[in-house]
Design a protein around this ligand. Structure first.
Ligand code: DX5
Ligand code: ZN
Length: 227
């Protein structure tokens, strides 16, 4: 299945509830939490998360771009986060972090910066509901997609399929109508899109358009080389 995840980082904060309602047709919402340390930018925190959770039934995928994420798991689970995706670069023990998250009754995921290798994390994949491959340096919306990270997506797709896991592959950064097909063809399941959705005249139509493009391209996964 294809999941389109609008990133509210690109929404209008003075009318956040309205913008969230505009993308009610999206499969989940991507909530970027930045602490000004792990990334050189600040976004919002638990109070805004709770407010967003109050105006939608949608699944909240929390992208925690914060140092020592373990200190915040309980807070973001209580604020309405349905999946807590932390950065492996920010923790010494990603498997312990996954356990902590699951004990809170929510899903665990991890994210990888563009330059972070995937291999050390392949063994423990079965502990995670999502792996989020960053296709820009985390910290800001509106950056250019980095196609070189798709090698990690291909490796993940192969491992997940061979091992029969249900871990989702997410991609985050620079996803829009011009880039979503290549990510989908590499095997991505969940597509984060900030500026491509909230910068569009109709965010709802942008979501549908992205879903259509991803669905068409995803149908080609594994067929490369077939007659
Ligand atoms: C970047 C964030 C992204 C951001 C994506 O650090 O993690 O989720 O919102 O924005 P776009 O889609 O504009 O690249
Ligand atoms: Zn993000």
């Amino acid at each position: 299945m294809i999941y389109i995840a609008p990133s509210i980082l690109a929404a209008d904060y003075a009318a956040l509830g309205d913008d969230v309602r505009k993308v009610a047709g999206a499969d989940l919402l991507h909530v970027d939490i930045m602490d000004g340390h792990f990334v050189p930018n600040l976004s919002f925190g638990p109070d805004v998360t709770r407010a967003v959770d109050g105006v939608t039934e949608q699944f909240l995928d929390m992208h925690l771009m914060i140092e020592q994420p373990e200190r915040w798991f309980e807070t973001y689970a209580a604020a309405g986060g349905d999946r807590l995706v932390f950065h492996v670069e920010a923790t010494a023990d990603h498997l312990a972090a996954a356990r902590q998250i699951r004990e809170l009754g929510v899903q665990a995921g991890f994210a990888l910066k563009p330059g972070t290798p995937l291999e050390p994390y392949l063994d423990g994949l079965d502990n995670f509901a999502e792996v989020m491959v960053m296709s820009v340096e985390p910290g800001f919306g509106g950056q250019k997609f980095m196609p070189e990270v798709l090698g990690k997506v291909l490796t993940l797709r192969q491992h997940i399929d061979e091992r029969g896991l249900d871990t989702l592959i997410g991609i985050d950064g620079g996803i829009g109508a011009a880039t979503i097909a290549q990510a989908a063809a590499a095997g991505v399941d969940a597509f984060v899109a900030g500026s491509a959705v909230f910068g569009a005249d109709s965010p709802a139509e942008a979501v549908e358009n992205l879903r259509r493009l991803a669905t068409e391209a995803r149908a080609t996964v594994g067929r490369v080389g077939e007659p």
